[in-house]
Design a protein around this ligand. Structure first.
Ligand SMILES: Nc1nc2c(c(=O)[nH]1)N[C@H]1C(S)=C(S)[C@@H](COP(=O)(O)O)O[C@H]1N2
Ligand SMILES: [Mo]
Length: 240
């Protein structure tokens, strides 16, 4: 797996990036400053991943930060829009406020990446994906859902039945704060019962389709049905 493991993608300097988030926790506010540091300073030194910087920064946070494009795309909460397209009765363009007006769902679950790291008991909050789909009205031919990221590269998908599960969220809060830019904010997908790669960051479009269109990591060999503990040859404890 290594650099091409789900979440690695192009060598993104995971530890270096995580280290920067540690500095963030110590006082560098997320926003233009940290994103600029990432995009201008860290991107060129991606090849130097593995410095072990994270071990020096206990405040680095509980997650690793993944981006297959090697930069962190940015969109402010005010400019953010989520399109719902494809086989729907009413194509939608939702603001963050529109999403927040749907019944909020809060889940606390372990977050598990297929490469092995797990973050215990992470609180997420958002609208149920099923509620977003109901707002648009899925046509009878709609059997699957594709997700697109505003990083312009990452895609994911679910069957319609999976998408309608109550533990699949269009998430706008992580650890009881707005989802940060590094974690895929303002809005990302959260698919609780599946490995992290299903949880598309920087979510821009939900398209209802007739069949499952494989996503970024599925095209690179990962399982389309990514159930934690019973996919990708892994035996992790199922979550939740
Ligand atoms: N757009 C986008 N979404 C993504 C990824 C990515 O690289 N780009 N990585 C996936 C993988 S493999 C994991 S484990 C999680 C990691 O989420 P985090 O970066 O918030 O820890 O995001 C998933 N969603
Ligand atoms: Mo992952």
């Amino acid at each position: 797996m290594d650099d091409q493991a789900a979440g690695g993608g192009t060598p993104v300097g995971r530890r270096v990036v995580l280290g920067m988030l540690g500095l963030g926790a110590a006082g560098v506010v997320w926003g233009s400053k940290l994103a600029d540091v990432f995009n201008r300073v860290l991107a060129p030194v991606q090849a130097m991943d593995g410095t072990g910087l994270t071990s020096l920064l206990p405040a680095a946070g509980r997650f690793r930060i993944y981006s297959v494009v090697g930069f962190l795309p940015r969109r402010t909460p005010a400019e953010y829009r989520l399109r719902v397209t494809g086989l729907v009765e009413r194509p939608l363009e939702l603001t963050l406020a529109d999403l927040q007006a749907l019944t909020p769902v809060r889940l606390v679950r372990d977050f598990q990446c297929v490469t092995g790291w797990r973050v215990p008991e992470v609180p997420w909050k958002g609208a149920a994906l099923s509620a977003v789909l109901d707002a648009a009205g899925v046509k009878p031919e709609g059997r699957a859902v594709s997700f697109k990221s505003f990083d312009r590269s990452y895609t994911e998908s679910l069957t319609l039945d999976q998408a309608r599960r109550p533990d699949v969220l269009v998430a706008y809060e992580l650890e009881d704060k707005p989802v940060s830019g590094a974690h895929g904010g303002p809005v990302r997908l959260y698919v609780a019962p599946m490995y992290g790669y299903k949880s598309c960051k920087w979510l821009e479009e939900i398209e209802v389709t007739a069949t499952v269109v494989e996503g970024y990591w599925e095209e690179r060999g990962y399982d389309t049905d990514a159930w934690i503990g019973r996919s990708n040859g892994r035996r992790d404890d199922p979550v939740g």
